[in-house]
Write a protein that binds this ligand. Structure first.
Ligand code: FAD
Length: 379
């Protein structure tokens, strides 16, 4: 049995930050991965979007302003700069290493961590609260400590169940949505469209890019809007796409009336305006018979096409497997300001295991840095 004052379960973003800021050096970090913060390598498409220049609670499912006041995006940048990481922000405020390689982030973290604290390549198999402390069993060893930090990421329900900790069920979030009748649009990318998702819990919109898949829709806008489904644990509803959000219905109607002088055949009505597959989808949803000349389109048909352009709609029925984060976890209201469990003393949580999830753009890693730093400093 190995004895420590503190055990940190997980050496992902939050666990690594916690270890880097932990003042009491008598700690062990345990992870099944063989390298620290290894998961960061796949983030931001291999570039690691580590934070954003604009971070506040509006980008998250819950109010984290009090935590951001203690460690925000600017402090994160200072922290990483002190580790030697050079970064830049793109036009959306997304921050990346200037090497454009997530490995740079992993490297600066790894070279600062003391190998003596690291117990990697070990799978945690059980965690118990025993005699005023914690006992962690891995597939290789047994560890004991007075304080325990759990940073094993989203969907860590077995560890939470072992500890008897209260948490909200995990649901995959930031996912591509499965929707009916998208097959004919498979591979089509729409830019600068306004996407609205609706379900019985509410409505959410965002402007940007949508990518059609065989059985649904993907893209950053869709990932962000998927939170309306994941946070409510119900993946049924509607997705509506305004193909020309900058134009009013009246303006589009006038434009279409003018187009009656252009093409001859009905099915060529949108040539030069929309991709073929999109035009066909508009005809289908507006129930337009294109087997006639353009001049034969009635005002009523032009009106129906106008309304469809403003509202191309699909029924959402599920989600794709690969998600970026999980909604759910230990609720902030069950934790103190230092992220210690109110239910179990000396037990701390940080990172995705806490019920804080943000949209795409560096917000989830920012929460990992913020929460990891707060816990590390206060152990
Ligand atoms: C493909 C992808 C791309 C992403 N891109 C971005 C991005 O660019 N920007 C952004 O802000 N967010 C991004 N995210 C989200 C971000 O990666 C997470 O929010 C963040 O990693 C959470 O940090 P964490 O430390 O809480 O958990 P994790 O990083 O998941 O770390 C948990 C650690 O615990 C270990 N662990 C878990 N269970 C056990 C066990 N039983 N035994 C031993 N070890 C265990 C794991 O090996 C892991 O190292 C992305 C996510 C994915 C999946």
């Amino acid at each position: 049995m190995k004895n420590f004052d503190i055990i940190i379960l997980g050496c992902g973003a939050a666990g690594a930050m916690c270890a880097l800021t932990c003042k009491n050096k008598n700690f062990a970090v345990i992870d099944v991965a063989t390298k620290p913060a290894k998961k960061l390598l796949v983030t931001g498409n291999g570039r690691c979007n580590l934070t954003n220049t604009n971070v506040n609670s509006s980008f998250y499912n819950t109010d984290i302003d009090n935590y951001l006041k203690r460690f925000n995006n600017n402090q994160t940048l200072d922290f990483f700069e002190n580790l030697g990481l050079e970064t830049y922000a793109d036009e959306e405020g997304r921050v990346y290493p200037i090497s454009n390689s997530a490995k740079s982030v992993v490297d600066v973290i790894s070279q600062k961590l003391n190998p003596a604290n690291l117990f990697l390549g070990q799978k945690i198999v059980s965690v118990k609260k025993e005699n005023g402390g914690f006992v962690v069993e891995t597939d290789k060893d047994v560890f004991k400590s007075t304080k325990l930090v759990v940073t094993t990421g989203g969907n860590s329900f077995p560890i939470l169940d072992d500890l008897g900790a209260k948490y909200d069920k995990f649901t995959a979030s930031l996912v591509a949505l499965k929707a009916k009748n998208t097959r004919d649009l498979n591979g089509i990318k729409l830019s600068d469209v306004k996407v609205t998702v609706k379900n019985k819990f509410g409505t959410k919109s965002e402007v940007g890019e949508v990518l059609f898949k065989e059985e649904g829709v993907s893209g950053i806008v869709i990932f962000n809007l998927s939170t309306l489904f994941s946070r409510n644990k119900d993946f049924s509803g509607k997705i509506e796409i305004d193909l020309l959000p900058k134009l009013s219905e009246k303006e589009i109607f006038a434009k279409l009336i003018k187009r009656k002088n252009l093409a001859v055949y009905g099915d060529k009505f949108f040539v030069g305006m929309f991709q073929n597959a999109v035009a066909n989808e508009i005809f289908k949803q507006a129930k337009i018979n294109t087997n006639k000349t353009v001049k034969e389109f009635s005002d009523e048909e032009i009106d129906k096409m106008t309304k469809t352009i403003k509202n191309l709609s699909f029924d959402v029925f599920g989600r794709y497997e690969n998600n970026q984060v999980f909604s759910g976890g230990v609720k902030l209201e069950d934790l103190t300001q230092n992220l210690e469990s109110k239910q179990i003393k000396n037990l701390f949580f940080c990172g995705e295991i806490v019920d804080v999830d943000g949209v795409c753009g560096g917000y989830n890693l920012q929460w990992a840095w913020t929460s990891g730093h707060i816990v590390g400093e206060n152990l």
